[in-house]
Design a protein around this ligand. Sequence first.
Ligand code: UD1
Ligand code: UDP
Length: 358
Amino acid sequence: MKLLTVIGARPQFIKAATVSRVIKSRDDITEILVHTGQHYDANMSDIFFDEMQIPRPDHHLGIGGGTHGAMTGRQLEAIEQVLLDEKPDCVLVYGDTNSTLAGALAAVKLHVPVAHVEAGLRSFNRRMPEEINRILTDHASDLLFAPTKTAMRNLAKEGIPTDRTHLVGDVMYDACLFYSDRARKPEWFDTLGVEPLDFVLATVHRAENTDNPTRLAGILRGLAGAKRPVIFPVHPRTRQKIDALALAEQLGLHLVPPVGYLEMIWLEQNCAVVATDSGGVQKEAYFHGKPCVTLRDETEWVELVEAGVNVLAGTDAESVASALAIHGSPRGTADLFGDGQSASAIVSRLMALQSRPQ
Ligand code: UD1
Ligand code: UDP
């Protein structure tokens, strides 16, 4: 089988690393990797390919930045041309970014089967660009790989035929298991004067938070109100908005550039508590046995809230600060995200697609 994978943003490199490794171990499937260029800074892209041994992209489209319509449209056109040239048997997309939607749309219009990893997640907030990307991608897909039972239920409710949907667990759990003992302490950590197990690890990048000065200021003040130091690897879009507010430095937060995955998992393993609006980081907090304060009003990962390991704090400074007063590490006992073999399950299903009558 000739599989063509479309990726473009940081979490997709991490997810694809696990599936690409399984593909490399087999001789009945080859992978063509297309990087849209949505994320392009070295610490948002190259570092993951280097340290996670992801194969170099076969096609780099160099399409990042701009408005949603412009980015998605340019990616759609460029991916279509790659598909016409490569003629794959299937296109694989991950998550909920503009690159995900562009890949799915380009393929379905050319009648190339689409497989979607992380299908069925819903925030039920249609103002989130990710929610639109997910819904459209799921409905364009032939094979939908759901990470959780909730995701399976969401797909069933939307009338997606059950023979297309497969509960496979979460590839980010596979990644966590594979890379955990390769975790690396950031070089700058010892210069901060922060003790391991006594800091808040924060990340923020959702448009609804970065592009709303009231929400962003609430988050920054809430973090500053925590009783522990805060280490905050700052996503480039957030950096621009924080600089405009000119608030963070005076609040005493430790702002650092984005880190690679190996350093990120060290920080997750060694923090006291995570504060984030990231989807992936909410799950990784759970994988590493850390409580998570989610800086949003809703989450797609409802299991974590139900299990009591994740608190939805919103962005009000007081509620963020009081949620961060958490003590201990409430490790949920339930196996919420599969058995760490999601990538193998996905590749097996992809191979079955080939033998299916069209
Ligand atoms: C995107 C995804 C989001 C995902 C996130 C992962 C969409 C709609 N959003 O959000 O779902 O959670 O990636 O991190 O697809 N920038 C740089 N350098 C980079 C990348 C981005 O400077 O390497 C800046 C640019 O100003 C860019 C802005 O960040 O315009 C936003 O980047 P974009 O990829 O549009 O959205 P993200 O917020 O990264
Ligand atoms: N991540 C990273 N370095 C950072 C911040 C995050 O390697 O500085 C990793 C994190 O460990 C997780 C993934 O990026 O695996 C999450 O991506 P992000 O938060 O950008 O997007 P989301 O998951 O919200 O789509």
